[in-house]
Write a protein that binds this ligand. Structure first.
Ligand SMILES: C[S@@+](CC[C@H](N)C(=O)[O-])C[C@H]1O[C@@H](n2cnc3c(N)ncnc32)[C@H](O)[C@@H]1O
Length: 199
């Protein structure tokens, strides 16, 4: 699947959306099978591979611990983490009207605007931010719910963007940054995992 169609910067393909939009609200799509080599798939900003999903799944808490993905977009990335072999307990949060295509309604929450926060984050053991658009969103979640159950925050995005986001994690967080190509992804993306340190 290395010849996945090109898409715009946000990972959405307008032809793809036009094709699936009429049926998407009724039922969610099954995620595609991933190739061993990283490739960009319509509906996801991150270059995906089987190995990347397996490695990321292993860094997140296993079910029944709750993982909340903030800005889940089409839900493709999240649907892959819900499926075998990861089988995480995950809920994706997206702004309404949601562009979700892959997550069943039981695994999806919609918030009213880009400045809205989903209170379920207070109960989650881990948060995921995959290609977020605004540093302030990470800051606001940490300020509002960072003292709650969350133990791990995973951030995935372009290496250059991480420079802006790393300041979100000050005292109280131990941050490990790995180039995505060491985990089955592409060289220009990084995976940052922030772990809450004991007080
Ligand atoms: C660049 S897209 C990335 C989508 C997806 N994670 C991916 O990698 O393809 C950022 C997403 O964050 C969503 N978003 C922005 N503000 C949000 C908020 N307050 N809560 C939830 N999602 C939000 C946007 O609607 C958009 O779908």
């Amino acid at each position: 699947m290395t010849d996945a169609p090109a898409h715009d910067d946000d990972g959405y393909d307008s032809e793809f959306d036009a094709l699936v939009a009429p049926t998407a609200p009724i039922s969610h799509l099954p995620p595609p099978s991933l190739a061993p080599a990283p490739a960009v798939y319509p509906g996801c900003c991150v270059a995906l591979s089987e190995a990347l999903i397996g490695n990321l799944g292993a860094l997140l808490p296993p079910a029944p611990a709750l993982v909340v993905s903030i800005g889940s977009g089409s839900g493709l990335f999240e649907a892959l983490l819900l499926a075998e072999p990861c089988c995480l307990s995950l809920i994706g949060v997206e702004v309404q009207p949601s562009v979700n295509r892959y997550l069943p309604s039981s695994r999806h929450r919609a918030v009213v605007g880009t400045y809205s926060l989903e209170p379920l984050a207070a109960e989650a053991t881990a948060w995921l931010f995959v290609y977020p658009r605004r540093v302030g969103l990470v800051d606001e979640y940490l300020a509002t719910y960072g003292e709650g159950a969350v133990q791990t925050v995973m951030w995935i995005g372009p290496t250059a963007d991480w420079q802006d986001y790393k300041a979100c994690f000050g005292r109280g967080w131990d941050v490990r940054v790995t180039c995505a190509d060491e985990m089955g992804g592409r060289a220009w993306e990084v995976v940052a995992v922030a772990t809450k340190t004991p007080p």
